[in-house]
Design a protein around this ligand. Sequence first.
Ligand code: CDT
Length: 325
Amino acid sequence: ARKIVLAAAQMGATHRSDERPQTLARMVELLKQAGSKGADVVLFPETAFTTFFPRYLIEDPVELEFWFEHGDVTTAPQTKALFETSKQIGVDIAVGFAEATEDGEHFNSTIYYHAKTGSVLSKYRKIHLPGDFEPIGDKNTTQQLEKRYFKVGDLGFKAFRVPDLAQPTTAERGEPIFGMMICNDRRWAEAWRVLGLQGVEVVLCGYNTTGYAPELWGWDKDVAPEAMRDLAVFQHKLSMQGHSYTNACFSVSAARCGLDDGKHDLVGGSCITDPEGRILAEAKTTEDEIVIAECDLDLCRAGKTRIFDFSRHRRPEHYKLVTEQ
Ligand code: CDT
């Protein structure tokens, strides 16, 4: 057995007007809670330090910068408390944030922070940016303007090993292999397969998924809001469960959810799934909540050596269209 305790720190409503220190304090509290429950790794949502600002049309470039993290997110005054807590309590974190680089580029990013060494083990920049560049419909309704605010990620889907986690560690199987993706990425089989081909054992995915927004989803406006929300949660879980199964890995998903500004609906459904596609733990609320499960990474072996033994069963010569188009 190679056991680790994985957790999602689901975050409830975070309004446009919320002060950053208030949101940061919630995150620190969630991390401490997860630590006291025995978590080894805690995943926070996409753009966790603020509300999900790509839903607004922000035309003033100075105002836009307010929503981004500049410099080293692990030491910057408005975010460092989370990383200091991680180090203090010895719990690794993965956290999503809007990244502004020194060259003025903007990405939707997640980093994996290793508590023991106080270092960033890996960074992922979101590749599948959903929605639009120009607002659709009434520009004051919920938008999805990620194509406007972020560049397509340039780091690929890179799996990485994390030391000091699994108990007991076995020399034979090595340190756990993690991969990260962000929100919309979880709907794309290609993203999972690229991680799967690197032997990934745990996929981490933070998200902000709009519930009721017929224009964004392309759904019929006559469908009841409740039915739309249920469908969005169903498709989220379907993606996490189905792709975990076909890549024989565990997965953790962490939502930013609830009713932002009293009107922008984001779905919950944070969950932890196993390599057979089953849900091990899931959120019961759409508020701040820890979802946690002990996972034996050796359970990935059944799928990786039998039904999804890629080296024996895949037929890449028949998949060329996937990369040619
Ligand atoms: N943040 C993010 O990627 N959200 C998208 C919304 C799609 S359009 C309603 C998602 O795939 O969940």
